[in-house]
Design a protein around this ligand. Structure first.
Ligand code: DAH
Length: 372
């Protein structure tokens, strides 16, 4: 029965409706309950409309209004006028209907339902008032940072930055640098060969020759880049690592220029209190050759576990460019002289940031990289 039909029927008596027995009473009441239930379903489907609270009130009035509500009129027209023999049956049916009507209306539960539906929908619909997504910012890799820092110090001294190939000929990597066939660094165990005449460069020094050929003298350059050796990875070794080479070629360049420049560099990089010490060494491409030590930044030269109680840490190789190397680069050693150095950028970064394992640089672990 539709709502309209029910509205008409509640104004009539059971006798008017032709209901004379228990079965008729029960059928009529169950239809009435059914109709009210349908109205409630309609109401629920509007639970998200802004006018929902008004609709709830309307539904309450329809069913429960004191005088014109369905329940009141059923009471008036069906129950009160029922013949006495049907009274108990109608009374029971009426009570059920009234309880159900109150139950259907329970405003509270309807409002709670509406709230829940709104929440579900809010989850599916983006909240445009929230702040936008931020793409995470990357950061500069510690090796790149230290490389740039070293470059900046030398750029300030008037040096230029030069680079060269990582896949290098045996000639540039070894022969042109005076490194003889018999030198252990040329061994398969130390070098990664592409073929018998091609290697992954073992140092940045071959770029010295390439730059001398390209630019001639005078020449002031630093050469950053990746280098490769046949090394097993451990805390201080990596088959790929980074070097920074320095080269100054000009008239009247002396070992004093080398010492002065590298001492200045060490103070800029490690701090003004840093001191340098030059100790004799050997490289085939420099004569004389030296190793540069810097006073330990941890203990300021007092001696600690980092500097093995010596107060000094070895940081690079250097020397006066061998006359034959200048000649190999096309520069006349009788007119020009030069100095050179080579340092490990990775080691400088480890010292700077107190990192004890070179592998951390190459594992792309964000917990490590985010610190820089
Ligand atoms: N190439 C050397 C190495 O990889 C480092 C080096 C030492 C470079 C002395 C130089 C130098 O330019 O003068 O061990």
């Amino acid at each position: 029965m539709t709502l309209e039909e029910l509205k008409k029927k509640v104004d009539l008596t059971l006798a008017d409706l032709g209901v004379h027995d228990e079965a008729g009473v029960n059928a009529l009441f169950s239809e009435a309950r059914e109709t009210m239930n349908q109205e409630r379903q309609k109401l629920v489907s509007h639970s998200n409309d802004p006018e929902f609270p008004g609709l709830v009130k309307e539904f309450r009035n329809l069913c429960l209004a004191r005088k014109r509500g369905l329940v009141a009129r059923i009471d008036e027209n069906w129950l009160k006028t029922a013949p006495s023999e049907l009274r108990p049956v109608v009374g029971r049916a009426f009570n059920n209907l009234r309880v159900q009507a109150e139950h259907l209306y329970a405003e509270e539960s309807l409002v709670r339902l509406a709230q829940k539906l709104r929440e579900v929908e809010a989850k599916e619909r983006p909240d445009l008032t929230l702040p936008g997504y931020r793409r995470p910012l990357g950061s500069i890799h510690p090796i790149t940072r230290v490389q740039r820092e070293i470059e900046d110090i030398f750029l300030g001294l008037g040096f230029a930055i030069e680079t060269g190939p990582e896949v290098e000929t045996v000639y540039y990597n070894f022969d042109a640098l005076n490194i003889p066939e018999s030198h252990p660094s040329r061994d398969d165990w130390d070098t990664l060969y592409i073929d018998s005449q091609t290697v992954l460069r073992t140092h940045t020094s071959p770029v010295q020759i390439r730059a001398m050929e390209k630019y001639g003298a005078p020449l002031y350059i630093v050469i950053p880049g990746k280098c490769y050796r046949n090394d097993k990875p451990d805390a201080s070794h990596s088959p790929m690592f980074h070097q920074m080479e320095g080269l100054a070629v000009d008239v009247d360049i002396t070992f004093a220029d080398l010492k002065g420049t590298l001492d200045f560099f060490a103070k800029k990089f490690f701090g003004e209190t840093a001191r340098t010490s030059f100790r004799p060494s050997f490289f085939p491409f420099t004569e004389p050759s030296g190793e540069v030590y810097v006073s330990c930044a941890i203990c300021d030269g007092q001696g600690c576990s980092v500097c093995k109680q010596s107060g000094w840490i070895e940081v690079m190789g250097c020397g006066m460019v061998h006359p034959q190397v200048l000649r190999n680069g096309g520069i006349d050693p009788d007119r020009y002289s030069g100095w050179a150095f080579g340092l490990g950028i990775d080691r400088f970064a480890m010292m700077k940031y107190g990192i004890d394992d070179i592998q951390l640089f190459f594992q792309s672990d964000l917990r490590f990289l985010r610190q820089f």
